[in-house]
Design a protein around this ligand. Sequence first.
Ligand SMILES: Nc1ncnc2c1ncn2[C@@H]1O[C@H](COP(=O)(O)OP(=O)(O)OP(=O)(O)O)[C@@H](O)[C@H]1O
Length: 277
Amino acid sequence: MTDTHDPLHDDRGNNDASIVKPGGGGLHVADNSGTRPAPRLTDAFLVGEGMVGGYGRGPSILNGCTIAAEKGQIAVIVGPNGAGKSTAMKAVFGMLDLRQGSVRLNGEDITRLSPQARVAKGMAFVPQVRNIFASMTVEENLEMGAFLRRDDIRGTIEQIYDLFPILKAKRRQPAGELSGGQRQQVAVGRALMTQPSVLMLDEPTAGVSPIVMDELFDRIIEVARQGITILMVEQNARQALEIADRGYVLVQGGNAFTGTGKELLADPQVRKSFLGG
Ligand SMILES: Nc1ncnc2c1ncn2[C@@H]1O[C@H](COP(=O)(O)OP(=O)(O)OP(=O)(O)O)[C@@H](O)[C@H]1O
């Protein structure tokens, strides 16, 4: 990390006071099944609570998991392959009908809203693949991200170029010609064009080098500092938890461990089972 900012002891005014934890706080550990309901969360800014759901008529992939983040916080979902991390993100974004549970944004129940309606409410989602228009230029990609807006988008484009200077240099180039890390910047930039209050990222560092990963995480911290809530699924669990205000280890669609990123990184069981010792 080139940024010395420690989001775990930050000055963004974040606190988890609204998050009710059994026993008054600390690491929450589920039973061995990994499917015990997580602590009940009342009024966090973004909450997917007790989510149960699957694809079509198929089996439940989500078995009661709860994911939440306060304004300007970074929440990270980690866990083994197939645990349902991406599915949990899709559920929060409305791409999956919940059989039980709810999703709330800023106190409003949005469980039944379509993804498009959630975008209008301030949510942005960057999927893991096919997240840019490869044949369009970088700038056209950003413009596409603003399709819902009727106001002047120039200022937002400049903000995104400030955040990702390389995109300004390459603004006339087809996005498909950029490196993997730069394409991810385009995808994040495009999502930011709607001026969201929540930015959801599905494995933003997939396939990029460790240096590029660190840079991307630094930029994500910058976005969170602007008050935007980040919800992110990550395979690079250790590095992602380092920048996480809230960490969720999902196993079989349930909350196995929940805590601050720091708590999870320090927990021997989490380290042994999910962080490679
Ligand atoms: N579109 C789909 N239709 C049916 N089943 C799906 C679909 N997408 C995912 N699944 C299934 O849901 C389960 C959870 O997948 P998901 O992608 O959410 O896991 P994950 O924790 O994100 O895993 P990974 O780290 O491998 O991406 C898997 O068994 C997967 O096969």
